[in-house]
Design a protein around this ligand. Structure first.
Ligand code: SF4
Ligand code: ZN
Length: 311
């Protein structure tokens, strides 16, 4: 297989794009494509301040790397979750994130959930009785809340996450199986900002996971290979595996699934009616973030409950 641009030996073959590229041209192609998606979905411009949520994994570190290469103003945010799981997951992912920031002379904010709220994610999961043994529900809630808080407090216009196509297709698959209309209406490469919330964007949403792995490796980015120990056996991994079976038989199926959804949504053909009148959005009296739950937001309620449990 030869590189389409220079004819040298190809390093990656992307069946779904019918495109093979050598290392040099692949490392040019990825930022070019990212820039195309940023413009197409109107994610942000070069005057805006971007905060990228970095976990130490290949996607978020690559996203940071790509945005810097493209000349955007972008800082990083690492959230310390306090997840150990025998492999010292949080410690190791923080170390790799800090190393990446240092090596590239980038600004990184580190927020430790336990220092901030007195309990780590696994502790919060236990004391708030959420999640039935797995801390993922608590973790997702806390991550969203903390990303929003830091972006707002530090004046960032945009919050960027490293979700790739495999992530997005798996979420879409789950939302479709449950016909979760609220979630389907909100899913997409850009979630517009509202009062008190920065705009959220996913610049890598059209790259396959293996494309991001290839990018990270070819760029020499050191990232944490291990998944979070709690990811094992999760629903989203099952959906990813199911979609991979489909992709093997029909190269490009994942991309078509996601892009057809975006297309239908754009042209108003999702057959889902917005029912805003039922949902009353107000500012949480404690943290100020918008919420639809009566009184405090879910995060603040969780923290209160967890604190009461410990006393
Ligand atoms: Fe959090 Fe780990 Fe669950 Fe992901 S898999 S939501 S990082 S606990
Ligand atoms: Zn709140």
């Amino acid at each position: 297989m030869k590189c389409k641009k220079c004819g040298e030996k190809a390093s990656i073959h992307m069946r779904q794009h019918k495109l093979a590229l050598c290392k040099e041209h692949y490392l040019e192609w990825v930022p070019e494509q990212t820039e195309r998606f940023i413009k197409k979905y109107e994610m942000f411009n070069r005057e805006e301040k971007i905060l990228v949520a970095v976990s130490g994994g290949k996607d978020s570190l690559s996203l940071w790397d790509i945005l810097v290469r493209l000349g955007y103003q972008v800082d990083g945010l690492y959230l310390g979750l306090g997840i150990d799981g025998g492999i010292n997951y949080s410690h190791e992912s923080q170390r790799l994130t800090e190393e990446f920031a240092q090596r590239n002379n980038l600004k990184l904010h580190v927020v430790d959930v336990e220092k901030e709220y007195g309990q780590s994610i696994p502790m919060l999961a236990q004391s708030s009785h959420r999640g039935y043994g797995k801390p993922c529900a608590v973790c997702g809630l806390a991550k969203r809340h903390e990303m929003n808080r830091v972006a707002r407090d530090l004046g960032y216009d945009v919050l960027a996450t490293g979700h790739n196509l495999d992530d997005e297709a798996a979420v879409l698959f789950g939302n479709t199986l449950h016909w979760a209309s609220d979630y389907l209406l909100r899913q997409g490469p850009v979630l517009p900002g509202t009062d008190g919330l920065s705009r959220k964007v996913k610049p890598l949403c059209r790259f396959y996971e293996r494309e991001m792995t290839a990018y990270a490796i070819m760029r020499g980015i050191e990232y944490i290979y291990e998944e979070c120990p709690f990811a094992e056996g999760s629903q989203s991994i099952f959906y990813k595996e199911s979609l991979n079976l489909l992709e093997t038989a029909r190269p490009g199926a994942k991309l078509i699934f996601y892009l057809s959804f975006l297309e239908a949504k754009k042209s108003g053909n999702l057959f889902i009616e917005k029912n805003e009148s039922l949902r009353h959005v107000h500012a949480c009296p404690k943290c100020g973030q918008p919420t639809t739950t009566p009184d405090f937001c879910s995060f603040c309620r969780m923290i209160e409950k967890a604190a009461a449990e410990v006393e």
